[in-house]
Design a protein around this ligand. Structure first.
Ligand SMILES: [Zn+2]
Length: 139
């Protein structure tokens, strides 16, 4: 009945999971959670922003810096207009990030401050740091 029953064993690799498929049955070898991936992306954009801010230090007092959105999406290329003072304020709390207005991810963060240029968001308490599922493949 099943057209899939004769599938050979295959491996799939992706950013988030490694799946071994044996006779149509997926065996998850490793999976990092969506939250973990978001957190990695956020950390990366935060590092970019630190450097952008550093490069402009002392020159711009109330002019806007153009910093990258820290939403954590894989392919976000949006830019936030923000002053150095505003960014310092955000960075005074390590769970806070700056994102463009429509890049809020409500299930992992909440809005702390809303402006017409950006949102300041904070990570929700209790967000799982990561989920790892391991299963021994038959070998
Ligand atoms: Zn974004």
């Amino acid at each position: 009945m099943s057209a899939r029953e004769s599938h050979p064993a295959r491996f799939f690799f992706s950013m988030t999971a490694r799946v071994y498929v044996e006779e149509g049955r997926p065996i998850i070898l490793f999976m990092s959670s969506r939250e973990e991936r978001l957190a990695r992306n956020e950390a990366m954009s935060r590092e970019i922003n630190e450097r952008l801010e550093d490069a402009n230090k002392g020159q711009l007092s109330d002019r806007y810096l153009r910093l990258v959105c820290e939403c954590g999406r894989d392919f976000c290329d949006r830019v936030v207009a923000i002053t150095a003072a505003e960014y310092e304020e955000i960075r005074s709390d390590p769970v806070q990030f700056v994102v463009v207005r429509d890049h809020l991810i409500p299930d992992v963060e909440r809005v702390v401050v809303e402006t017409d240029r950006f949102l300041i968001v904070a990570k929700r308490e209790g967000t799982p740091a990561g989920v790892a599922v391991e299963e021994d493949p038959r070998s």
